[in-house]
Design a protein around this ligand. Sequence first.
Ligand SMILES: NC(=O)c1ccc[n+]([C@@H]2O[C@H](COP(=O)([O-])OP(=O)(O)OC[C@H]3O[C@@H](n4cnc5c(N)ncnc54)[C@H](OP(=O)(O)O)[C@@H]3O)[C@@H](O)[C@H]2O)c1
Length: 240
Amino acid sequence: MKRAIIIGATSGIGREVARLLCQQGWRIGIAGRREEALKQIQATAPQQIETEAIDINQTEAPDRLRRLIEKVGGMDLYFHSSGIGSQNRDLTPDIELNTARTNVEGFIRMVTAAFDYFKQHGGGHIAAISSIAGTKGIGVAPAYSATKRFQNTYVDALAQLARMQQLPIRFTDIRPGFVATDLLGNRHYPMLMETEPVARRIVKALQKGQRRVVIDGRYRLLVFFWELIPEWLWERMKIK
Ligand SMILES: NC(=O)c1ccc[n+]([C@@H]2O[C@H](COP(=O)([O-])OP(=O)(O)OC[C@H]3O[C@@H](n4cnc5c(N)ncnc54)[C@H](OP(=O)(O)O)[C@@H]3O)[C@@H](O)[C@H]2O)c1
């Protein structure tokens, strides 16, 4: 039986990926700050699911990760779904800094702990949900788009480091477009996707060992064209 640790499994995409892996017979360890939500999910398959309350912004989070891995009996897949994001046209410093804390500092804290675990235990698979938002600097969400670009680059760097050190660690960088989760709240977004098909696409990418995946096809096309837009034009565009 394969074993996965999913950080950020209390809601949204992480929760749905946890449900699907469970359905496929994986043994899973789930984490997030909301203990009540963790217990509710565990009750759906108590023999397969272990839980640990983890706030990735706390320095003891890697210790808690190791405790969760022990409860599960090992880790083959580390799946990072924890993240926050919001629009911040007024550049409220708290919003910008909190986003950086969770999506950069917390991300580094957890992904390096997972890398270290796999280094000591013969390899494994690290997957993280970044976003298509990392493709360009987005004026209405500066910290969110910049932190997502950071995550893309960080995964690229670790993938190279693993090869340099001849470690059998695989990486998957998952970049979805808009998904209907708590993160978006009740705002209206174009080309909104539901969590279930997105999670199915993610699980497929994990099984195939894809290095990078943009979800879905419409967003693949959008990103392709975004990347072609020159800076002088991008700065003049009103992306809401
Ligand atoms: N929704 C979209 O349109 C979209 C698009 C592209 C990428 N993404 C990315 O997908 C990932 C999952 O987001 P989602 O859309 O599924 O939103 P969500 O439902 O709000 O889920 C976010 C998850 O992150 C966890 N989290 C937040 N802060 C945390 C912290 N300090 N410590 C531990 N866990 C924390 C939350 O758990 P607790 O609150 O229990 O801690 C929750 O489980 C994020 O990285 C997001 O940037 C989302």
